[in-house]
Design a protein around this ligand. Structure first.
Ligand code: H2U
Length: 346
């Protein structure tokens, strides 16, 4: 890439969303006297009697968790979307609203309270992926569900309310805006080239090797050219798969391996339990063929320069465009060079 971009302000285009990010690499040396996050204190107890996600415990909603031994899901006791929402709409000149039906689930990744994805065994991460597949299928088959969003908020920096390893799934009637933007851009490329946009993109990245973090037989993990968050990454299958249920068993094993390796690198970067929001974007479940879709898992981590200094998406980002300081290439190089053994096990 033109070396002028390594040190000078420029804008980069996100081919998936159609949005631009401002990159300011010359700013990486600016001093920091702002907010510092609390250092992470590792958990040791494998069971916490006050945790509402641990096996056998009673949840805040009154339900009781079974003595589960592998990934386990339940309907969120405080769901943001409800299946029995009465239908209604407002369309009065400039005022528009409509009711939204849906269903929210919580997915406990492991019965062990002290673990996180990077500390879990590969086959246990595979069990989480199998549960995600089952939920995507079952929720997607509900007549009123057109989109299933699987995600994880990790760490209290990201607003996660409980350290027990878990994620969430929100299934709903409408297609969320991020998905609509990606459907449009994937679709335009597909209609023109009869090829997946993400497949073409990773082919280009694999030739350049500037932003690749991990590559194995079936998956690539990279810092996207248009990344917004300092160490943002994306895991993409090398095969054009519209959704996670289409993976073969071998691909699923490789997916689990990639998730583990990437999250270990994250933890190793600042020797901490690296906070992030991660989510899987895949084809809507709206009965359309969605040929253009190519599933991917994105990680949006806020940490910028240490375990305690994070990036804030405020000011210019709120009022104008997303902005980052270190380049995607610098971030990819740092992650690529990190080891695959968790720092706590060295
Ligand atoms: P977060 O840690 O990302 O906030 O997710 C935890 C979810 O667990 C949250 O959505 C739900 C909350 O509503 N929850 C239950 O369903 N039952 C409980 O007893 C406590 C929390």
């Amino acid at each position: 890439m033109d070396t002028v971009f390594n040190e000078n302000p420029h804008r980069r285009y996100n081919i998936l969303t159609g949005e631009w990010v401002l990159v300011s690499p010359h700013r990486t040396k600016r001093p920091w006297q702002g907010k510092v996050e609390k250092p992470f204190i590792p958990l040791t107890a494998t069971y916490d009697k006050s945790c509402y996600l641990c096996p056998t415990n009673t949840r805040m909603g009154g339900g009781q968790n079974p003595d589960y031994t592998t990934a386990y899901s339940f309907v969120n006791d405080f769901s943001a979307l409800l299946s029995d929402t009465p239908s209604g709409s407002v369309d009065e000149n400039l005022l528009q609203a409509k009711s939204e039906r849906g269903l929210c689930k919580v997915v406990c990744f492991s019965p062990n309270h002290s673990l996180t994805l990077p500390l879990m065994e590969e086959q246990d991460i595979e069990a989480v992926i199998s549960l995600w597949q089952k939920e995507y299928k079952e929720l997607g088959e509900l007549p009123y569900v057109n989109h299933v969003q699987i995600f994880e908020n990790k760490g209290d920096t990201m607003g996660c309310s409980n350290p027990h390893p878990h994620g969430q799934i929100w299934a709903q009637e409408s297609i969320p805006q991020e998905i609509a933007k990606k459907t449009k851009n994937l679709g335009d490329y597909w209609n023109k080239n009869k090829k997946s946009l993400l497949l073409s993109y990773i082919e280009q990245e694999l030739k350049l090797k500037e932003r690749i973090v991990i590559e194995n037989e079936h998956f690539v993990a990279l810092v996207p050219f248009w990344a917004i968050w300092p160490y943002e990454t994306m895991i993409v299958p090398k095969r054009h798969l519209q959704n996670i249920t289409l993976m073969t068993e071998v691909e699923k094993t490789d997916f689990a391996k990639t998730v583990k390796e990437l999250t270990i690198k994250y933890d190793n970067l600042f020797s901490t339990s690296f906070p992030y929001s991660a989510g899987i974007h895949q084809a809507p479940t709206d009965q359309k063929n969605n040929d253009e879709w190519h599933f991917h898992m994105s990680f949006y981590p806020p940490l910028l320069r240490s375990a305690t200094v994070k990036k804030f998406m405020v000011g210019y980002e709120m009022f104008a465009d997303a902005q980052r300081d270190i380049t995607a290439e610098q971030a990819a190089q740092s992650l690529r060079e990190l080891g695959n053994v968790h720092y706590s096990k060295l």
